[in-house]
Design a protein around this ligand. Structure first.
Ligand code: ADP
Length: 156
């Protein structure tokens, strides 16, 4: 049976923190589906098409990584794509309680669904998409925060 993991999030935009988690999870799964959730209450800075395109560019040579968009329950989407695992990143204790609650609810929706947490590489522990958006909004240099494929587009 294929070990498929869903990595759900907003990826607005995808950061070096996200790619660190994805790259380190590659050996654990046969396929990683990056699922951009579209039912968040947050108004995104970047369009869905743009967020999808960046992820396609970054993982163009990594056939194990796919990108899809979804709305509705994460557990239901996992069933649709045959994913038994949800991948999430933990930056520190603040992330933990929130992530544990989400994992518990997802397991209530489907008790075969396991959430796998990877703790982030320390140098990326302060990176969050919301901080990246602030840096961009106020004209700061996002170079230490973003993959080159995203920087290339933003600097244009
Ligand atoms: P959400 O809107 O669900 O919080 P995000 O796109 O912000 O989605 O994050 C998706 C996942 O990536 C979450 O598990 C989050 O904890 C993780 N993540 C975000 N930034 C980092 C980082 N710097 N290091 C490790 N994991 C991260």
């Amino acid at each position: 049976m294929q070990r498929i993991a869903l990595f759900p999030g907003s990826f607005d935009p995808i950061t070096l923190g996200h790619t660190d988690i994805i790259d380190r999870a590659l050996d654990l799964f046969d396929e990683i589906v990056i699922g951009i959730g579209t039912n968040s209450s947050k108004t995104p800075m970047f369009s869905l098409e743009q967020r999808v395109q960046w992820i396609k560019d970054i993982y163009a040579r990594t056939p194990k990584v796919k990108v899809l968009t979804y709305a509705g329950l994460t557990a239901k989407f996992c069933e649709e794509i045959g994913a038994r695992f949800i991948l999430r990143g933990i930056r520190g204790v603040v992330d933990f309680e929130y992530e544990k609650a989400i994992a518990d609810v997802n397991r209530m929706m489907d008790n075969k669904l396991e959430t796998v947490f990877l703790s982030c590489t320390p140098k990326y522990s302060t990176i969050a998409s919301s901080l990246v958006r602030d840096v961009l909004k106020y004209g700061g240099d996002p170079t230490p925060l973003l993959p080159e494929q995203v920087l290339k587009h933003i600097n244009r």
